[in-house]
Design a protein around this ligand. Structure first.
Ligand code: APR
Length: 254
């Protein structure tokens, strides 16, 4: 596959690279993107309606069952060639990952210190006292519509998914780190995000404003496209391995 020349030049010379990823990054691993139609018991619902504090408040067992099914689905998929390429690149140069994804596929591909803007499917905490929940989380063998969430060993509150729901604030530390990373980067690759959800969607703008070369990797036009210096209409699992192989063959940066 042909890697755009201008991107390759910047990628070879870049001292600091940040890869900002969204649901499209994991699509080729078999994780449906957030705005894809859902399947099974939840096909009548939009993810945007389920992932809210209001829905949790109204029916925690329903929301918990949905998260168990997502948690179980992610446990059964593998990082794709795109995740692996980003991890390989991090061995060659200073490459950081900022993701909106709640899966752990970047970590399983070998990246460390991934910034999770929207939390993680594999962490749980008490909704009341915020204590992290380290107990067992059992995924039912078949999809069920309702499962009572566990309760907190400290205060008896309900245990909730450690993700950021619509209308909630991002974890401050993750957000501040993401801003510093994109504002000090030479190259920011924005991979597989529709750029619709704020504040994450503002990162490419901040990056460009601070002088980074911004590239979008996405098969479709998005709200990020106009902000990017360059768009590469390819999928993550095709574009990233080609880019990293090309950087490597040019000697990359130690
Ligand atoms: N490679 C690259 N991009 C892809 C691929 C692929 N194989 N497949 C799909 N895409 C692109 C789509 O074209 C789309 O632009 O990925 C994007 C996915 O968009 P969304 O589903 O909106 O996902 P995302 O931008 O990550 O959503 C942001 O919304 O609700 C929240 O918290 C949730 O983190 C999520 C956030």
């Amino acid at each position: 596959m042909l890697v755009p020349d201008s991107l390759l030049e910047v990628a070879v010379a870049a001292r600091r690279v940040v890869v900002v990823t969204g649901a499209g990054m994991s699509a080729e691993s078999g994780v449906p993107t957030f705005r894809d139609a859902q399947t099974g018991l939840w096909e009548r619902y939009a993810a945007e309606d389920l992932a809210t504090p209001e829905t949790w408040e109204r029916d925690p067992a329903f929301v918990w069952a949905w998260y168990l099914s997502r948690f179980g689905a992610v446990a059964h998929v593998e990082p794709n060639a795109g995740h692996r390429a980003v991890a390989r690149w991090a061995d060659l140069a200073q490459v950081e990952v900022v993701t909106q994804n709640v899966d752990d596929l970047h970590e399983r591909a070998g990246n460390h210190d991934v910034v999770h803007l929207h939390g993680s499917l594999t962490s749980f905490r008490c909704e009341r006292c915020e204590t992290a929940y380290a107990g067992e989380v059992v995924v039912p063998e078949r999809q069920v519509e309702r499962v009572d969430p566990p309760t907190c060993g400290h205060c008896g509150g309900l245990v909730r998914p450690g993700v950021v729901w619509f209308g909630e604030l991002l974890p401050l530390e993750a957000w501040e780190r993401a801003v510093v990373l994109v504002e000090t980067a030479d190259l920011v690759l924005v991979v597989g995000t529709s750029g619709l959800v704020h504040p994450a969607a503002g990162l490419p703008v901040l990056a460009r404003g601070a002088g980074a070369f911004v590239v979008e990797v996405n098969p479709l036009e998005t709200d990020v496209s106009d902000v990017a210096h360059q768009v590469w209409r390819e999928t993550a699992a095709r574009a990233l391995p080609a880019l990293v192989a090309a950087v490597e063959s040019r000697g990359g940066r130690p």
